[in-house]
Ligand binder design. Structure first.
Ligand code: CTP
Ligand code: MG
Ligand code: K
Length: 171
């Protein structure tokens, strides 16, 4: 595989995780996952920015993208079942990593929406890669590439969402 095509495949592989991470800003809202409860430090467990609708909607959107990807490049996945499993684990991993990130942000006394550089841009990605690892993984060069470019994509996507009026802060 050529260098450029290996990087493009890395994007193709991780796409469900990106979609899962980005879609809650549009589909989220309603009941927060922590149900409004507080941790023993007196602060919210996750906060109002982590909702069931965002979580389930994000996992669904990412998984659906994976199914569409299978029909575009079946050879990359082998079987529909593999594509489905991979997309689900990438999407679930992304939202789980995002949730864990918010847990640590609240423990650090950061209010909902406050930026946490590193955690915000890479937490979802590392968690997605880890959960999907047993089904299909990338080589180390591709993983390093995603770790380097994802923060820029994350910032770009958030800035776009801010300019569209979908969220109140550009990060
Ligand atoms: N969102 C959601 N459910 C999730 C994740 C995100 O509803 N599980 C929605 C919320 O409206 C959230 C927005 O997507 O405000 C942007 O997500 P994110 O930046 O991850 O949340 P923050 O508001 O920044 O909250 P936190 O400080 O906890 O990261
Ligand atoms: Mg945020
Ligand atoms: K986040």
């Amino acid at each position: 595989m050529g260098f450029v095509s290996s990087l493009l495949w890395a994007f193709w592989y991780i796409l469900p995780a990106y979609v899962a991470n980005a879609s809650p800003v549009l589909v989220g809202g309603g009941r927060p996952i922590d149900g409004g409860r507080h941790w023993r430090d007196g602060r919210r467990v996750f906060g109002d920015g982590k909702t069931w609708r965002g979580f389930i909607g994000g996992v669904s959107a990412g998984t659906l993208v994976g199914v569409i990807q299978y029909f575009i490049t079946p050879g990359f996945y082998g079987t529909l079942k593999t594509a489905l499993m991979l997309a689900f684990l990438l999407s679930f991993g992304a939202l789980l990593g995002d949730l864990v990130g918010s847990f640590f942000k609240r423990r650090a006394n950061l209010p909902r929406g406050a930026p946490a550089i590193g955690l915000d841009q890479l937490g979802f990605l590392i968690s997605a890669l880890a959960l999907a690892y047993p089904v299909k993984t990338l080589d180390s060069g591709q993983i390093i590439f995603l770790l380097v470019v994802s923060p820029f994509i994350h910032w770009g996507a958030n800035y776009f969402a801010y300019r569209m009026g979908w969220k109140s802060v550009p990060w």
